[in-house]
Design a binder for this molecule. Sequence first.
Ligand SMILES: CN1CCN(c2ccccc2CNc2ccc(C(N)=O)cn2)CC1
Length: 243
Amino acid sequence: MKFEVLTIFPEVIECYLKHGVVGRALNKGIAEVKVYNLRDFTTDRHRKVDDYPYGGGAGMVMQIEPFYNALRHIKSDGIPRKVILLSPQGRRFSQRIAKEFYKEEKTLTLICGRYEGIDERIKAFVDEEISIGDYVLSGGELAALVIIDSVVRLIPGALGDELSAEEDSFMKGFLDYPHYTRPEEFEGMRVPDILLSGDHKKIALWRKKEALRNTLKNRPDLLKNLSAEDMKILKELCSEINK
Ligand SMILES: CN1CCN(c2ccccc2CNc2ccc(C(N)=O)cn2)CC1
């Protein structure tokens, strides 16, 4: 899986890619990220990437040329790409879309805007506009990193052998269950005994129940198309809560 990022702050992207799961996946060659500094695709002495908005108003707008020049340079290898603009106006990103991007196996070219945004004519070169959530960021770089991180985790081998992307309970459509590690007691708070029992069947059941409890509490909208088994656990949970 290949990614390309167009940004005026390449260090922001490169720094994140040195660490953790994504860093290891890149080192293993499981994924590849190329970062392009838009200023390298300007033609003036000051390497300008922004200008005053037509129609007036506060702030500056990013010019189309540096993006166009960068895309033309990148596309000269003729490899199929999906060009994605990260913006507050985009289609809402989700795990489902991350899987969609992974399965398509196309290079993802991520366009990061700054200032008040990018000249609207950029849309002529964009395949998809994606938002990572309903909030305004100073730039598209964090959104680009969210896409890269969530898609890289889906690549076989990225998470190391013991874990798998399927393990992410969000993949199963629920919120995660609680996690504990040493010490067994901290400030009077003990680890639930079930987790010390070594009874893996009971532990799995407890984890499913706690995942359903968390989902019921924070994201009841995710509780749809439940299996008969999950429905049974949920009913048990509700009767406990309503005691
Ligand atoms: C103050 N302006 C900064 C620039 N911005 C803008 C406008 C157009 C494109 C990119 C950006 C970069 N910002 C982003 C990007 C993504 C998200 C998201 N939710 O995915 C939120 N914000 C508009 C607002």
